[in-house]
Design a protein around this ligand. Sequence first.
Ligand SMILES: *Cc1c(COP(=O)(O)O)cnc(C)c1O
Length: 351
Amino acid sequence: MKPRVRSEFIKSGYVFAKSPADIAKEYGFTEVAMLGSNENPYPPSDKVLRAAADELSGVNRYPDPKAAAFHAALRKYICDSPVVTSGLGMDGVIETVIRTIVEPGDKVVISTPTFSMYGLAAKAASARVANVPRKADFSVDLDAFLKEAIDARLSFLCTPNNPTGTVTPVGDIEYILDRIEGVLFLDCAYVEFSDLNYLPLLARDNLIIGRTMSKVYGLAGLRIGYAFVPAWLEAPYNIAATPFTMNRLSEAAASAAVSDPVYRESFIAHVRKWRDVFMKEIPFPVYPSGSNFILINVAPHKGDDAAEFLAKHGVLVRSCTSFPGLGDTFIRVSVGADWENERFLSAVKKL
Ligand SMILES: *Cc1c(COP(=O)(O)O)cnc(C)c1O
């Protein structure tokens, strides 16, 4: 018999940002403005660095399987609710939630265009994926979404949505939760940059709120995600999860980071300020964003060509052609450090 892999894993998968080293070499820059992955451009605070460094000499021992210190910090500083974690980012949480809830053939609903991970992980679990397009302004088409979600095992909504930046009002989420039979996974990777608070909705037993340490907390390189979940999900999630969900360095850094609001709040203020500047100064249609990135329609240019043009000017952005349902004239640009934003603005004005 010929060795075979599952058909789900042969063709397209997660799309990674282009390497800044490649761009720097290709076009002769010493430093590239990295605005393609919605990261925090600043290193973590000294307190976080010290917490991780102090833990390093103990890595001959396995970490705490319950990640109790991080969970305690989340309950104290963010939300006192059952919580689950993953050391593979919120991507890892999404995968484990699907593994816990979804059986082969179950319906999983996705509101497109959006983050690719939901569809990839659902297909890997042999789910039936139903994609529901958003409206032309990228708000959620509630009736169309509910029509599919009402009898689905699991539905995904991202707010603020990646890559469009669109926020979904708390009342709309409430409306959905009141009507579905299954579970809603609300991806709040960027919620800290918005004015919205969905945490009070956790009183229902059909809502999961996914969050990450990768964006506002500046810990993307450590891969830490978490979710607030209904009480009934906590134990089965932990049985389904890969053992030792967080490593020692991640847990130490993440615990220190959530208890350090100064770093977080100053980055949020920076993002809000630059988001307004981007909205005003970008000479193409932009979409209202509750996030640390902005979606830009660069028509008549193609997104790929615009990204290439910006790369030549030392700016790395994300062409959105790989987001199904979005068309091929969009780019997504993260708010970076001052010099990165300035370089981007001057380059995009030459496009
Ligand atoms: C970045 C991102 C995540 C998760 O990132 P991790 O680094 O895996 O925690 C989840 N959802 C969306 C929409 C994102 O953009």
